[in-house]
Ligand binder design. Structure first.
Ligand code: HEC
Length: 177
């Protein structure tokens, strides 16, 4: 995982983006695609994600995945395993303002991946969205940075099980389990 200067640029880009979203003059297309009942879905890890990571800051994260993900397929091509999530799969990640939110505290934002291979704004077969939890504004991002960093999930990386054999995980760090 190469994350030198680009990491700093990415953090700055995210920071600017968050400001834009909070200010309400967001870039990208505004939509209403995120399923409101995502909290009933399975979570993809038991690890408490309260450590700082580039791209999503230092607040607590919780990841939920829709039941469509149970249809994920894996295929071996030249000794490498390729994951492919079904069309319509949603992965919702809540991002809280701090590492230890209060019991009733709502997340600050949602960052979301929805499998839609045919969408004009898809990157790698997914649309990449951010939802401002307060304003309820949901925006598909037409920037490259979500996708570019998530490409690291497809090679050995410092997260989850480390993906040491470099499986193509379909851009997902914490796969369906
Ligand atoms: C610089 C790297 C980086 C960038 C940029 C980034 N992410 Fe992530 N993302 C991660 C990491 C690492 C995880 C693993 C979970 C954790 O610790 O929060 C993750 C997890 C996720 C997940 C849960 C699925 C998974 O991969 O496990 C979603 C959904 C997600 N990110 C959406 C987005 C969206 C939308 C954007 C763009 C606004 C984005 N991410 C930008 C690094 C990044």
């Amino acid at each position: 995982m190469k994350m030198g200067t680009p990491e700093v640029r990415t953090i700055l880009a995210i920071f600017v983006l968050v400001i834009l979203l909070v200010a309400g003059c967001s870039q990208g297309e505004q939509v209403q695609l995120i399923s409101p009942d995502y909290r009933n879905w399975n979570q993809t890890t038991d690890t408490v994600l309260d450590f700082t990571i580039p791209g999503h800051g230092s607040g607590l994260r919780k990841i939920y995945i829709s039941s469509a993900a149970s249809g994920v397929t894996t295929q071996e091509v030249n000794g490498r395993l390729f994951y492919d999530y079904p069309q319509g799969t949603q992965i919702v990640k809540e991002v809280y303002a701090s590492a230890q939110p209060g019991a009733d505290e709502e997340p600050a934002m949602l960052t979301v991946m929805i499998k839609d291979r045919d969408h004009p704004m898809q990157r790698g077969g997914w649309i990449w969205l951010v939802k401002n939890y307060q304003s309820e504004v949901e925006t598909i991002l037409d920037e490259e940075f979500c996708f570019t960093c998530h490409n690291n999930a497809n090679e050995p990386n410092p997260y989850n099980d480390g993906n040491t054999s470099g499986q193509f995980r379909d851009f997902v760090f914490y796969p369906y389990r």
